[in-house]
Design a protein around this ligand. Sequence first.
Ligand SMILES: [Mg+2]
Length: 163
Amino acid sequence: MKVIFLDIDGVLNCKETPNPRKFPYIVDERLLKRLLPLCERTGAQVVMSSTWRYDPVGLLAARHFQIPFIDVIPDMPGEARHKEIMAWLSSHDDVSRYAVIDDEDDELDALPLFQPSASTGLTEEIAGGVADYLDGKTDKDMRSNRFIRVAQNVHAILKGHIG
Ligand SMILES: [Mg+2]
């Protein structure tokens, strides 16, 4: 089985996601539409790594928005997300290949990390990179260089102020 460990905030929503009511849990349909074909093409199952998983309301919201997850990683308070993902993997020995999509890098350095910027969320380019990785076409992951990420965030903020 192929698995995508999926973060949500900064991946399926971004700074541009309309949220006039300021809901704490929001999914950008535009970004979700990039995830679904990725799952279909690769046959990967989604395991949620987002903090949404701790909160019953977050889990309901994920189902409401039809994020196709089959499981969540364990909640290990005080531990980095990396440890929680490794714990999930150690209890599932049928995983052939996996990728982590997360806008942050909570000690995820040792894992195949695909890292969108929170100002854009999941891009077509990153979704394509994950698909190629899961299909075994490449071993290259895609992490954002800190400098580029900061620059993108500044750009988004400036754009917000001007536009
Ligand atoms: Mg995030």
